[in-house]
Ligand binder design. Structure first.
Ligand code: GAL
Length: 829
C-alpha cells in the first residue's frame, strides 16, 4: 500500500516537473525553447502607435500570412505616461489590445520594453517631463532615473501579467527586452554605465516574467540575459556565452527618412540573402525591423528632422498595403525555412567549401532529416557548384535552400512573385478658408526675461514653437540710418530651425541638419527710426532620440543675436529683454479642433491668401468612396502641421532642400548601406501624408493646416492609394512550390490586383528572353509571337491570373535549347 502511495507521489511530482518545464520559455545554445521545443522563429516589428487599432488586425493577419511567427514591438513610455503618474493605455496606445490581437492570430510577441527605445521616436521614447526630475541623468547609474525606469518597466510587466499575457501564463509573450543598444553609450559613461547596465539586467530579471530577457547590441549582457544582434547583416554574430542562442533583433528591411534626405530601398534579394545567411550560420530568431513601419503621427517623430512617414521600405507599406515583391519573396523564404526547421534545430551545421566564394551548410538530424544551404557570396559572378554529386547553379550574392538536401525550393536572388506599383489617385477638390495668425508682438508674450531662454526648458516639449521677441530702439543719428536703415542681423541657434520676422515682415527660414542641428543666420535687414520689433519663431522638429547625454541637448535661439551699424558698432541683443510666446494663438483657440472653428472669423473664397506665412487653412470634405487607404498631398506647401477632425497626422515640410545624392540604379549584389539604393532625391522627402480611414467620418471631415512660411494651398489634394501596375518576370528554372509544399515541375507566374480591382490591360508580355525592369521590359532575340494575345486572353478582366512558364501555352517553343522566361506588365484598375 505504502509503495503505491510513493509511486503516485513520484508520478505526480514528475508530472508537475514536466509541467514546470513546459510552462517556461527557456533557451539553450541553439534556440528559444517553448513548451520544451526548440524553435526557429521569424518575427516582424510593428509599432502599435504607428498605426491605428482599426489597422492592427489586418496588419497582424498579413504578417501571419507572410510567414511570421512573432510580432516584435517597443513600448513607448512617453505615449503611455504623458505626465507623471497619468497613464494612457488607450487608442493607439492600447498595448494590451495589440498583444491580444497578436495572440488571436496565433502569433507570439517579443516585447521590447526599453523603456529607452531609440526608434526614431521623439526623445527615444522617454517622457520630456523626466528631464525635469531634480538630479536626473538618463541611462546611467543615477537613482532618480533608475527609480523612474523601474517603476515604468514594472508597470508594463505587471499589466502584462495581470492580463495573463506571458507565455507561461498561456499568453503570447515569449521574450522581453530591457534597454536598447546601450553599449555605445555605456562606453562613453565608463563605470557608471557598466553599473547601470548590470542594474537594468538584474532589475528586469527580478520581475520574474517566466520568459527570457534580451539586450540588443550589448556584448557584455550578464547572464541570464541574451545579447542579440542588430544590423543589415548578422551572420558574423556570436553570442557572449556558448550556451546562448544567436538572435537577430533588428534585420533592417530598409531605412528611415529624414527631411532633406532621400528615400532608401533595400532590395529584397539582399534582405533574403542576409536572413538565409544568418540562419545557415546557426541563428534561430530573426526580426525584420520594420515589417510595417507606419506613421509618426502628431509630434511623435524623433529628431531632429525625422519625417512623418516611417514607411521604412518595409514588407507592409506605411498605409498597410502589402509591398510586393518584398512581402511575397520573404513569404517564400519563410516557407522554405519552415521546411528546414526540424533539421535546423537539431544541431550545428557541417560547413564545406564548394569553391572560392561558395559554401555548403548541411544540418542533419536522425530519421533522414537533412537541410542544406548553398551559398555564393561572390558579389559579381554566378557559380555552378557540385554538391552531393549534383550540379547546382547559384546566382551571385545568393543562397539556395534545400530542405531535403537535394532539391532547391528557394533561391534568395530569384524573385518569382510580382512587383506591385502603388499609386495615389487624387479625388475631388477642396474648398479652402483661412485665418491669419499674426506675427507675435512683444506684448503677446506670456514670459519676459533678460536674455535668451533655452527652448526645451521653456516649452517642456509641449509645443514645437517658441517665439523670441525683442525691441530695438534706433535713433535718427545711428550710422545705419545714414545707410538706408540697413543693418546686418546675425543670429545663432542651437536648432532646429527658425523663421525671422522684422517689423512684422517674414524674411526667411534657417534650419540645421540632423547630424548638426546648430545654425547661424546673417543677413541685411532694414530698420527704421524708432521702435523695431524682431520676432524669431524658433522650433524643434522632433527631439533628439539617440546618443550619450541626448537628454541634455538644447534647442532654440542661444545667441549671440547682434545688429550692426550702431554708434557703438555691433549691438548685442542677447542680454536685453525678450518676450516669449509658446505656440500659436490659433492653437490655443483650438483652431485645429472641430470645437474651435467658431472662435475666429474665417476668410472665404477669392480672399483666401496663397503663399502667406503663418496661415491657418481649413477645408471640409467627404470620405473618399471605397476602402482604399487615404493620403494627403502636401507637396506644394511649405512647413507646418496637419489635422483631420482634430487628430494630428503629423508635421510636414517641403521647403527643406534635398541634400542627398541619389544612387544610380540599384544592384542587390554586394554589401548594402542606406545610401546604396535611394530614390526621390530631386523631389521631396515626403509628398503624401497618411490619413487613417478610421479618423474619417462619411461626411464633412475637417482638414486643418497650419502653414508657417507659405504654400500653394490650391494644389493640396486628398488621394486614395491602390496598385496601378503589376509586373512579373519568371524563368523556367525558378524553384517553386505549391501550397502543400510540393515542388512545381513547371514554374508559374501569378498576377494579382488589389481588392475591388481587375487586370484592365496588358502593357507588355513576352515569353522568350525578355529583359529589363518593370516599366521598361524589352523583348529579347527570342520572343513567342503569341505572347501578348495569350496573356491578354487569360488575364484581362480578372483580379488574379496564373500561367505556367511553358512553351505549350504559347503554341510551341520559340527557341529550343535556350532558357526562357515570361515577363508581363499589367494595369490594375
Ligand atoms: C537601431 C535602433 C532602432 C532604430 C534603428 C534605426 O540602432 O535600435 O531603435 O533606431 O537603429 O532605424
Amino acid at each position: 500500500m505504502e509503495g503505491a502511495w510513493w509511486q503516485l507521489l513520484l508520478l505526480l511530482s514528475a508530472f508537475s516537473l514536466a509541467h514546470l518545464v513546459e510552462c517556461k520559455v527557456t533557451y539553450d545554445h541553439k534556440a528559444l525553447v517553448i513548451n520544451g521545443q526548440r524553435r526557429i522563429l521569424v518575427s516582424g516589428e510593428i509599432h502599435y502607435p504607428r498605426s491605428t487599432p482599426e489597422m492592427w488586425p489586418k496588419l497582424i493577419r498579413n504578417a501571419r500570412k507572410g510567414g511570421l511567427d512573432v510580432i516584435q514591438t517597443y513600448v513607448f513610455w512617453n505615449g503611455h505616461e504623458p505626465s507623471p503618474g497619468n497613464y494612457n493605455f488607450e487608442g493607439r496606445f492600447d498595448l494590451v489590445k495589440f498583444v491580444k490581437l497578436v495572440q488571436q492570430e496565433g502569433l507570439y510577441v517579443s516585447l521590447r520594453i526599453g523603456p529607452y527605445v531609440s526608434a526614431e521616436w521623439n526623445f527615444g521614447g522617454l517622457p520630456v517631463w523626466l528631464k525635469f526630475v531634480p538630479g536626473i541623468r538618463f541611462r546611467t547609474d543615477n537613482e532618480p532615473f533608475k527609480n523612474a525606469m523601474q517603476k515604468f518597466t514594472k508597470k508594463v510587466v505587471d499589466q502584462m501579467k495581470s492580463e495573463g499575457l506571458f507565455e507561461p501564463q498561456g499568453g503570447p509573450i515569449i521574450m522581453a527586452q530591457i534597454e536598447n543598444e546601450y553599449k555605445g553609450t555605456q562606453t562613453v559613461y565608463g563605470h557608471p554605465g557598466i553599473a547601470y547596465m548590470n542594474w537594468a539586467a538584474q532589475m528586469a530579471v527580478a520581475l520574474d516574467t517566466g520568459v527570457p530577457w534580451i539586450m540588443c547590441k550589448q556584448d557584455d549582457a550578464p547572464d541570464p540575459i541574451i545579447n542579440t544582434c542588430n544590423g543589415f547583416y548578422c551572420d558574423k554574430f556570436v553570442p557572449n556565452k556558448p550556451y546562448k542562442p544567436a538572435f537577430w533583433t533588428e534585420a533592417w528591411s530598409g531605412w528611415f527618412t529624414e527631411y532633406g534626405g532621400a528615400t532608401t530601398q533595400r532590395p529584397v534579394e539582399d534582405l533574403a540573402f542576409a536572413v538565409a545567411n544568418f540562419l545557415q550560420e546557426g541563428g534561430s530568431f530573426v526580426n525584420y525591423y520594420m515589417y510595417h513601419g507606419g506613421t509618426n503621427f502628431g509630434r511623435t517623430a524623433g529628431g531632429p528632422f525625422i519625417t512623418t512617414s516611417y514607411d521604412y521600405d518595409a514588407p507592409i507599406d506605411e498605409y498597410g498595403l502589402i509591398r510586393k515583391p518584398k512581402w511575397g519573396h520573404l513569404k517564400a523564404l519563410h516557407k522554405a525555412i519552415k521546411l528546414c526547421e526540424p533539421a535546423l534545430v537539431s544541431g550545428d551545421p557541417v560547413v564545406n567549401s564548394l569553391g572560392n566564394n561558395q559554401k555548403s551548410y548541411v544540418y542533419s538530424a536522425g530519421a533522414g532529416k537533412c537541410a542544406a544551404f548553398l551559398e555564393n557570396f561572390d558579389a559579381n559572378s554566378d557559380a555552378t557548384v557540385i554538391f552531393n554529386n549534383k550540379n547546382y547553379y547559384i546566382p551571385a550574392w545568393s543562397i539556395s535552400i534545400l530542405p531535403d538536401c537535394r532539391s532547391v525550393v528557394f533561391n534568395t536572388a530569384k524573385v518569382s512573385v510580382q512587383r506591385s506599383q502603388m499609386n495615389m489617385t487624387p479625388v475631388g477638390r477642396l474648398v479652402w478658408e483661412s485665418f491669419k495668425e499674426n506675427v507675435a508682438t512683444y506684448e503677446d508674450g506670456s514670459i519676459t526675461d533678460m536674455g535668451l531662454l533655452e527652448q526645451i526648458n521653456t516649452t517642456r516639449g509641449n509645443t514645437d514653437y517658441l517665439w523670441y521677441i525683442t525691441r530695438v530702439e534706433v535713433g535718427d543719428d545711428e550710422p545705419l540710418i545714414k545707410n538706408g536703415g540697413i543693418s546686418n542681423l546675425s543670429i545663432q541657434s542651437a536648432g532646429h530651425a527658425f523663421h525671422i520676422f522684422v517689423n512684422g515682415e517674414y524674411l526667411g527660414t534657417q534650419y540645421g541638419k540632423r547630424e548638426s542641428p546648430r545654425l547661424r543666420y546673417s543677413s541685411d535687414v532694414r530698420l527704421r527710426v524708432g521702435t523695431n520689433t524682431i520676432a524669431l519663431l524658433s522650433m524643434t522638429v522632433g527631439l533628439q532620440y539617440i546618443g550619450p547625454n541626448f537628454e541634455s541637448r538644447i534647442a532654440g535661439i542661444i545667441g549671440p543675436v547682434t545688429l550692426s551699424g550702431f554708434k557703438e558698432g555691433t549691438r548685442s541683443l542677447s542680454r536685453q529683454k525678450w518676450s516669449y510666446q509658446l505656440g500659436f494663438k490659433g492653437q490655443s483657440k483650438d483652431l485645429h479642433m472641430t470645437s474651435g472653428q467658431s472662435s475666429v472669423q474665417w476668410v472665404k473664397g477669392a480672399a483666401v491668401p496663397q503663399r502667406q506665412p503663418l496661415t491657418w487653412y481649413k477645408a471640409v470634405f467627404d470620405a473618399p468612396d471605397g476602402q482604399e487607404p487615404v493620403g494627403l498631398d502636401l507637396s506644394m506647401m511649405g512647413k507646418g502641421e496637419a489635422w483631420i477632425n482634430g487628430q494630428s497626422i503629423g508635421r510636414y515640410w517641403h521647403s527643406f532642400l534635398m541634400h542627398g545624392n541619389c544612387s544610380n540604379g540599384c544592384n542587390y549584389r554586394g554589401q548594402f548601406r542606406p545610401t546604396k539604393c535611394t530614390t526621390d532625391c530631386s523631389h521631396f522627402s515626403q509628398q503624401w501624408y497618411h490619413i487613417p480611414r478610421s479618423w474619417l467620418q462619411p461626411r464633412e471631415n475637417l482638414l486643418v493646416l497650419l502653414e508657417e512660411i507659405g504654400g500653394d494651398v490650391s494644389t493640396v489634394s486628398i488621394g486614395t492609394r491602390a496598385i496601378d501596375t503589376v509586373c512579373v518576370h519568371v524563368s523556367e528554372s525558378h524553384p517553386q512550390r505549391n501550397n502543400k509544399g510540393r515542388q512545381l515541375q513547371i514554374p508559374k507566374v501569378r498576377l494579382k490586383c488589389g481588392t475591388g480591382q481587375k487586370i484592365s490591360a496588358i502593357k507588355f508580355a513576352s515569353y522568350g528572353t525578355p529583359s529589363g525592369e518593370c516599366g521598361s521590359f524589352q523583348k529579347g532575340v527570342c520572343h513567342a509571337r503569341t505572347s501578348f494575345a495569350v496573356v491578354n486572353k487569360k488575364c484581362v478582366g480578372l483580379r488574379t491570373c496564373s500561367l505556367p512558364v511553358s512553351s505549350e501555352l504559347f503554341g510551341g517553343d520559340p527557341c529550343p535549347q535556350v532558357q526562357k522566361s515570361i515577363a508581363i506588365q499589367a494595369v490594375c484598375s
